[in-house]
Design a protein around this ligand. Structure first.
Ligand code: FES
Length: 74
């Protein structure tokens, strides 16, 4: 999932690590994405959860933007 946090792009797995629930509906705040089901936040750089109930990270991918195109290393 491609995220734009204040103009900086991040790519992370879409599914929350707590239960299989899409992070697509979550909000982004202070470099973290919130799971809208139980409220865990994940750091968009490291994928690490920053609060319960999730205790496993989500996968993150290197991303760069060049000439208006987004490149992701999967
Ligand atoms: S499914 Fe995301 S925190 Fe529970």
């Amino acid at each position: 999932m491609l995220c734009n946090a204040g103009g900086t792009h991040y790519v992370v797995d879409e599914m929350c690590s707590h239960e299989d629930y899409s992070l697509y509906l979550g909000c982004i705040k202070d470099g973290k994405i919130k799971c809208s089901l139980h409220g865990s936040y994940f750091d968009l750089v490291t994928g690490q959860p920053t609060c319960d109930p999730a205790d496993e990270p989500i996968k993150t991918y290197p991303v760069k933007v060049e000439a208006g195109q987004v490149w992701v290393k999967a």
